[in-house]
Design a protein around this ligand. Structure first.
Ligand code: C2E
Ligand code: CA
Ligand code: CA
Ligand code: CA
Length: 278
């Protein structure tokens, strides 16, 4: 038994050691990824359920690692957040998304672009100026940018986050609370925050018509949106039944594989044209 335990211990140490090495390697690769042009953005359409028009797109980051292939953002963004790399990467995302929005506008499709803003970015002293300067540089009206922030963004320094979001909102940028319902103290900050959109987290949409609890949570968020005059967006809509239910229930916007997965720019353009030509 003792021998066994010893082996276990060694195995344990070895695997932690390997985890640390892998993490270090990931951080190293991440620090070169921008310069090596390994990032690109894909765009997922957001649909107005009443008019069946595409009103905008969420920009989502993709990392094509030279050896390991596509690394999902859920895997590398937490690493980039913990070592601060997200600040530079996030600025690249914003810049790229605004460049794309300007192109689409010049081609006659002035779509709104939603960009995910990490809590770490929001904590940066210069973040408001950085965002406003980026809009200026690309000649994008502020009303065409939406920033998606999660509830955790408000937790470390509420008054600082409130002040910054107010400045962004006053400039004309709209703010969405992402993954709504998965964080804490939603009602307290909703009163103070200049937010216009609530995004129902996809975990509540997945089993929307199967799990009664999820149905009730989605209903509650839709009603909350109505009473606070916030637009509700459902993410992760995958079926016609979910789309029908949400639109009947009064949820105004939706995105998800039912309409389209996130697409590279050219494919996104084709999608918009065929969707509106139906
Ligand atoms: P998120 O912001 O909640 O984005 C929604 C995620 O759901 C995306 O995953 C999207 O591809 C996926 N999705 C869309 N429709 C469906 C559907 O119908 N069914 C299912 N099951 N999933 C769907 P993705 O692209 O892998 O991104 C994961 C997360 O990584 C994002 O979650 C966001 O938190 C983060 N992320 C992505 N891009 C950025 C970025 O540029 N900056 C920051 N800070 N975070 C980002
Ligand atoms: Ca998002
Ligand atoms: Ca989300
Ligand atoms: Ca998420």
């Amino acid at each position: 038994a003792k021998q066994n335990g010893h082996n276990h211990f060694q195995f344990y140490v070895a695997s932690i050691d390997q985890e640390i090495r892998e993490r270090k390697q990931l951080e190293k690769d991440l620090s070169n990824a921008l310069a090596n042009h390994e990032f690109h953005l894909v765009y997922q359409p957001q649909i107005n359920l009443e008019t069946k028009r595409i009103i905008g797109a969420e920009a989502l980051l993709r990392w094509e690692h030279p050896e390991r292939g596509m690394i999902p953002p859920d895997h590398f963004i937490p690493v980039a957040e913990s070592n601060g790399a997200i600040v530079e990467i996030g600025q690249w995302v914003l810049d790229q998304a605004c460049w794309q929005a300007a192109r689409w506008a010049s081609e006659g499709s002035p779509l709104r672009i939603a960009v995910n803003l990490s809590a770490v970015q929001l904590r940066q002293e210069s973040i408001v100026d950085d965002i406003l300067n980026t809009l200026k540089r690309h000649n994008i009206p502020a009303g065409r940018l939406e920033l998606e922030v999660t509830e955790t963004s408000f937790m470390t320094n509420l008054s600082d986050a409130v002040a910054k979001l107010h400045r962004l909102h006053r400039a004309g940028i709209s703010i969405a609370v992402d993954d709504f319902g998965t964080g804490y103290s939603s009602l307290t900050y909703l009163k103070q925050m200049p937010v216009q959109h609530l995004k129902i987290d996809k975990q509540f949409i997945r089993d929307l018509l199967v799990n009664e609890e999820d149905t009730r949570i989605a209903n509650t968020i839709i009603d909350l949106g109505k009473s606070l005059n916030l637009t509700v967006v459902a993410e992760g809509v995958e079926t016609a039944e979910q789309e029908y239910y949400l639109s009947q229930r009064g949820c105004k916007l939706a995105q998800g594989y039912f309409f389209s997965k996130p697409l590279p720019p050219k494919e996104f353009e084709t999608f918009v044209h065929t969707f509106h030509a139906r």
